[in-house]
Design a protein around this ligand. Structure first.
Ligand SMILES: [Zn+2]
Length: 513
């Protein structure tokens, strides 16, 4: 269901510093040229996925390198003259000749086969095939601007942003395809969006150490997006994507200022320091309401605070709460809160609702574009429904799922999130002796932007009169909190074990398998 588009452009910090000229999005597909010292081996087309990253097809890469590609389950191996690079589906980590490398983006598998992230050429190719290089060929200077003028005004849909450990993503969503021009600068980056009809000025304060604020305002028939920087940007990448139509601007932090940027999927050798606990709903959004009026927002806040106390006392990990009172917090701000603090885990706590009042038990979810079953999809739809409270004019629910997928920062952490989910669910159902409804996957908006392992725990069904009564009682809430705490403790125990293994492993190994 993901449609690919091909207009991507990037430039390095040096260019940002010098050039003030406007740059147009190229109209033709980007290519990577593979070379040896003696000449070119050929070019491979780049495809841009919905995450904004560029990839090449693994089998075509193997062909150009005169090597072979083989995939089995979630593993794929690129072999060139008996040297191997091993990729894992949805993981940015790979092994080249026994050496572990981390790419900017994970390897992907689509209906058309495996895709290898573009930065493999910079980081891994030389190790796999010594002497070979791959880079985008220098583009010939365009004789005329490539931006095509479309005269009909384009409807503005949404301006949004997210802060990640290594970059800040800004998205302008529109009702039709957008043409744009980028004018880079050291303090401000300007993006002119042709024919985008915005009424008045939209201002969003970001303040994540990289971007101070963004401002979208009308200018003649167009709109101007001004991105005010508070620190130096290492790189800026833009992409025009479809479904929904949007322009994505990613501003990258300089490498040395990125803390904790290594994906946690690698079991990076840092201990767990901070957990963000997120009590669902709040304020004018009461969440699910039981037959006698017990409200989800109140139950989950109480349980969340109990978990926080237990974790801080028992595990020596810091806890930050997205809310500690009865206030409304938009979903997107909840993960932004965790990302800004470089949290190690994100746990969102909710209580469920179901049209059939006999439904009972605890469920733990992690994010996926594919819901495991119809009920999982329904639960996600109910929890996502709050977006409509945030913005009454917001789009249909079907469109909202696209917005979640737009932002699958979580896919990087899917494996770790699923492990966290299993651990918490096992512990909860065992200690409470309640129905184990299983770990499920669904498209939860609140988890979409988390740049760390993230789960959503549904602690029971408020719509079930029996469970509502239990959820209203302090002793059951304490038991739930203890069970979630025990799950986190078990996760930490196994995590620490892995950290010790990583630390005791020699830094380099020559074994290919
Ligand atoms: Zn909820």
């Amino acid at each position: 269901m993901t449609r690919w588009t091909v207009s991507v452009m990037l430039w390095c910090a040096a260019v940002v510093g010098i050039a003030a000229a406007a740059v147009a999005a190229p109209a033709r597909p980007e290519m990577v040229e593979v070379k040896t010292k003696s000449g070119s081996l050929g070019r491979l087309p780049l495809v841009t996925l919905d995450d904004g990253a560029a990839y090449v097809a693994a089998d075509r890469l193997a062909g150009i390198l005169k090597g072979s590609w083989s995939a089995k389950g979630s593993r794929g191996t690129l072999t060139v003259s008996r040297r191997t690079a091993q990729f894992t589906r949805d993981q940015a980590r790979l092994t080249v000749q026994g050496q572990v490398l981390i790419l900017e983006s994970p390897a992907r598998v689509t209906a058309k086969g495996w895709l290898i992230p573009e930065d493999f050429f910079a980081k891994g190719l030389d190790k796999l095939a010594p002497g070979m290089r791959g880079a985008r060929p220098m583009a010939a200077a365009p004789s005329k601007p490539l931006v095509k003028r479309v005269n009909a005004p384009v409807a503005f849909e949404e301006l949004r942003f997210r802060s990640y450990p290594s970059f800040t993503r800004i998205v302008v969503e529109a009702g039709a395809e957008l043409s744009y021009l980028v004018a880079p600068g050291q303090k401000e980056i300007r993006v002119r969006l042709s024919n985008l009809a915005v009424s008045g000025v939209r201002l969003e304060e970001i303040g994540d150490g990289l971007v101070r604020e963004i401002r979208l305002e009308p200018t003649g028939p167009d709109a101007l997006l001004k991105i005010a920087l508070e620190g130096a940007a290492a790189d800026v990448r833009t992409a025009s994507l479809q479904d929904p139509f949007r322009v994505v601007v990613d501003i990258y932090r300089p490498k040395e200022t990125v803390r904790g940027a290594e994906p946690r999927t690698t079991g990076g050798a840092a201990p767990l320091k901070l957990v963000v606990l997120d009590a669902g709903h709040g304020g004018h959004d009461s969440g699910a309401v039981g037959p006698t009026g017990v409200m989800e927002k109140e139950v989950v806040l109480d349980v969340t605070r109990r978990v926080a106390r237990l974790v801080e006392e028992g595990l020596g990990i810091k806890v930050a709460l997205t809310r500690s009172t009865d206030v409304f917090i938009p979903l997107r701000e909840r993960t932004n809160f965790a990302n800004k603090r470089r949290a190690d885990l994100f746990v969102s706590i909710h209580a469920n609702a179901h049209p059939r009042s006999v439904s009972e038990g605890v469920e733990v979810y992690f994010l996926s574009s594919e819901a495991t079953d119809i009920e999982a999809r329904q639960t996600a739809a109910i929890e996502n429904g709050v977006v409509e409270l945030e913005n009454p004019q917001s789009r249909q629910k079907t469109d909202m799922l696209k917005s979640i997928l737009w932002d699958m920062a979580q896919s990087e952490f899917q494996q770790e999130s699923s492990f966290l989910a299993e651990t918490v669910l096992d512990s909860t159902t065992r200690s409470l002796r309640i129905v184990n409804r299983g770990v499920k996957q669904a498209g939860f908006y609140v988890l979409g932007g988390a740049a760390m392992p993230a789960i959503l725990v549904e602690i029971g069904f408020l719509t079930n009169p029996k469970e509502e009564k239990k959820l209203a009682a302090a002793d059951h809430r304490e038991a739930l909190a203890k069970a979630i705490y025990a799950g986190l403790a078990e996760y930490k125990r196994r995590y620490d074990q892995r950290v010790r293994t990583v630390q005791s492993r020699p830094a380099k190994s020559d074994t290919a398998r």
